[in-house]
Write a protein that binds this ligand. Structure first.
Ligand code: ASP
Length: 278
């Protein structure tokens, strides 16, 4: 099994017998927790997935006990309030949630400073809201690559909710949001190989409503981007990656849309590799 996906060139390691002991900067494979919606059926923020999130995070130990929160999807701009609202979820498991706004903002230089140098951070959580506003901010601050690198090398786990989940995709074009602003690029973090449409609902939401259904909108996207697989992820569901595969969890089932009406049902507990084209 490929456990160590990447090892920093600065890593110091020594050998005891045949097994290497990594003494610092030991990075493991990327780990992702991608929630369709922050709330489910009127419940509290994150309540429907909090137990699974605790298992995913594992109990905090040592100095790596901070989760970096990215609240920029909040269209009202109340980053402090949003961070406080989500905090309890992480406090439950011994983690402190720190908003990225509390660090001196990184500059357009690369590599950025501030939170990217804080070794007590072990995960990044990208909150929901408006996907376009979120990505506009991420791109203007020039922090997309720095976050992606931390996640890809396993130094930071990635937790996304809704807009934060869409942003993990190759593109943000499968969001449901209107675009109040246009980021320079529609690329997401590109840390997963398929697209997600969060808050997915099949069929018409309202009787005699004449607008496109969600399936029709997804088909339009695939017509123009025929190589995309789009996962319609209903509220109450999330996707986890803690080893090589992507596993669906939660309540309900997801639908994977592809070109030529090639559709699969994705059931909780199933690895994506069994129903997708990875
Ligand atoms: N607006 C959603 C959110 O809660 C994202 C979406 O529906 O695409 O973040």
């Amino acid at each position: 099994m490929q456990v160590i996906a990447h090892i920093s060139i600065l890593q110091v390691f020594c050998f005891k017998g045949k097994s290497p002991i990594f003494t610092n900067n030991t990075y493991f494979m990327k780990k992702l927790f991608l929630i369709s919606s922050s709330r489910y059926q009127g419940g509290e923020f994150w309540a429907h997935c909090v137990d699974a999130l605790g298992k995913f995070l594992e109990p905090a130990h040592g100095r790596r006990n901070k989760v970096l929160f990215i609240p920029y999807a909040n269209a009202d701009g109340d980053y402090t309030g949003y961070t406080q609202k989500v905090s309890w979820t992480f406090n439950e498991f011994g983690y402190e949630l720190v908003g990225i706004q509390t660090y001196q903002h990184p500059t357009v230089e690369y590599p950025p400073r501030g939170c990217f140098e804080d070794e007590s951070i072990c995960a990044v959580c990208v909150g929901g809201g408006n996907t376009w506003i979120l990505n506009y901010a991420l791109q203007n601050l020039n922090i997309v690559k720095a976050i992606k690198d931390k996640v890809e090398n396993g130094e930071w786990k990635y937790i996304g909710a809704s807009a934060g989940t869409v942003s993990a995709c190759p593109s943000i074009l499968t969001t449901n949001d209107m675009a109040p602003v246009l980021p320079k690029s529609s690329n997401g973090f590109e840390i997963i190989p398929f697209q997600i449409n969060p808050h997915f609902v099949p069929g018409s939401l309202v009787d005699k409503h004449m607008g496109e259904t969600r399936e029709e909108r997804i088909r339009q996207v695939i017509k123009i981007n025929p190589d995309w697989q789009v996962v319609g992820l209903p509220e109450g569901c999330w996707i986890e990656k803690t080893n090589e595969d992507y596993i669906l969890s939660g309540i309900g089932q997801a639908i994977v849309f592809r070109k030529n009406e090639n559709i699969s049902i994705w059931l909780p507990g199933e690895p994506f590799s069994e129903i997708g084209m990875l």
